[in-house]
Design a protein around this ligand. Structure first.
Ligand code: GCO
Length: 264
């Protein structure tokens, strides 16, 4: 009998920030692999309902829950609702995040703190409440969405880099504390992808657009669907002895110092 290590049938996956962008792409991959998807948005019920309908259009069993991942009371209440109404959460993808592009010397402390709160504190909040069930069942998968900025700095994204660098280490600490309960905690580090978050720096002719195409050995911006394989792998039995790792899906950016613009 052949065993499909990547089959997620019967699993329930909560993907925070999954009404659009990379979260939606990864959640769609998990759904196509058989998982039931808990779709999360934090602001608009209309947007959440539209996203759930889009998943269902693809034949994915999806349920929407509107809550702000930085609000511990709302997180706790919604996780209880999800586990009562849909089922226990087997897979958690901490994807929700924001970015503020401001040089550090000009950045307001409140703005810096908001980026840290959403991108670093909220994965802690959501994981802390989801993992209790995983510990009780001695099984679970947690994936934290890191970034190139978990490894590299860049002008104007200092708060984001501090958060994503911290998220890499938080991933390693979650792995350290929870592996003994058969819970695997890992990260995915996306390179530069064509999403609404990167739209302002991706428009044709924008110097950053040319820079990234040149800095990425694959020579292109990533397609969000390119993240589905890593998400399925880290959510499945195929990664049961993988812990504390960040899988970089970056077209080769971290592998190279780059090349002069006149080189192919
Ligand atoms: C930026 C980009 C990056 C990417 C991604 C790279 O301003 O440099 O928005 O932050 O979104 O995080 O891994």
């Amino acid at each position: 009998m052949s065993i499909n290590l990547f089959d997620l049938t019967g699993k329930v996956a909560l993907v925070t920030g999954s009404t659009h962008g990379l979260g939606m792409a990864m959640a769609t991959g998990l759904g196509n692999a058989g998982a039931t998807i808990i779709v999360n948005g934090n602001s608009s019920q209309t947007k959440l309902d539209a996203a759930v309908a889009a998943y269902k259009e693809l034949g994915i069993n999806a349920h929407g829950y509107l809550f702000n991942v930085t609000d511990e009371k709302a997180v706790q209440e919604n996780i209880q609702k999800i586990e009562a109404e849909v089922g226990v959460i087997d897979i958690l993808v901490n994807n929700a995040g924001i970015i503020k592009r401001t040089p550090l010397v000009e950045m307001e402390v409140a703005d810096f703190e908001e980026v840290i709160k959403v991108d670093l504190v909220s994965p802690f909040i959501v994981s802390k409440h989801v993992v209790k069930g995983m510990i009780a069942r001695k099984q679970g998968k947690i994936i934290n969405i890191c970034s190139m900025m978990s490894e590299l700095g860049r002008n104007s994204v200092g708060a984001y880099a501090a958060a994503k660098g911290g998220l890499k280490m938080l991933t390693q600490n979650m792995a350290t504390e929870w592996a003994k309960f058969n819970i695997q905690t890992n990260g995915i580090g996306p390179g530069y992808f064509a999403t609404s978050q990167t739209e302002p720096i991706r428009v044709d002719g924008h110097p950053f657009n040319d820079f990234i195409v040149n800095r990425t050995p694959a020579g292109v911006w990533g397609d969000p669907n390119d993240l589905q394989g890593a998400a399925i792998f880290l959510s499945s039995n195929a990664s049961n002895f993988v812990n504390g790792q960040v899988v970089y899906v970056d077209g080769g950016i971290l592998a190279t110092i780059g090349k002069p613009s006149n080189e192919d």
